[in-house]
Design a protein around this ligand. Sequence first.
Ligand SMILES: Nc1nc2c(ncn2[C@@H]2O[C@H](COP(=O)(O)OP(=O)(O)OP(=O)(O)O)[C@@H](O)[C@H]2O)c(=O)[nH]1
Ligand SMILES: [Mg+2]
Length: 210
Amino acid sequence: MKPDFNFEISHFQSSNTVNGCPSKNQPEYAFIGRSNVGKSSLINSILGKKVAFTSSKPGKTQLINHFEVNKKWWLVDLPGYGYAKISKQKRKEIIDRADNYFQKRGIQLVAVFFLIDIRIKPQKIDLEKMEWLVNNNIYFIRTFTKCDKLSVDKIKKHVESYNRCMKQKNWNKVPETIITSSKNKIGKKEIVQKIEQLNNQYFDFLSKTT
Ligand SMILES: Nc1nc2c(ncn2[C@@H]2O[C@H](COP(=O)(O)OP(=O)(O)OP(=O)(O)O)[C@@H](O)[C@H]2O)c(=O)[nH]1
Ligand SMILES: [Mg+2]
């Protein structure tokens, strides 16, 4: 079925802590990855509106930002990790904020889009974070970004070599993957379809348990 791209932002909320996040029990989808990987840009590309702040300088997003879509579900823009040009204490505060969000948010956090810049070879910090998500039972989709920067052939080769690296590191199954570019809207349809499918499962589950 063709996805519906008609999105209205019905509410926006910026939170300092996980306890301050919206409490409507609606499904949400978080975007994480290293600073500057393109989280905020991908959210804007999916929604077809400039709602999340983007910057060519890493470290732009520092809080937990919730965008309510069509009064029904949410996209969550989080601070990136691996950003070096802030004090150690500030960096720890930001990382703790995001980690706390993942560990305490509960079932309404339906899925995570884990962003990786397609041009960069596998980084220890990314591999460790993906492992951390698995160990915390958080479902994620590996999402390569900035794919407009490479040819189709190079994208294919990069993904294959990333997969080989993960297998060498004892991943017995490579994660579900989406190739994206915010610049030319590659992958937008796949992401929206995935969200629609997961929304249906979430509301189906809720209707059976409440
Ligand atoms: N060519 C290209 N550039 C992109 C794409 N997505 C993001 N960018 C650029 O990458 C830079 C960072 O984008 P952001 O969306 O702010 O990145 P972020 O992950 O939200 O960064 P932080 O909030 O600092 O963690 C900006 O200069 C964007 O224009 C893309 O798909 N293609
Ligand atoms: Mg951002």
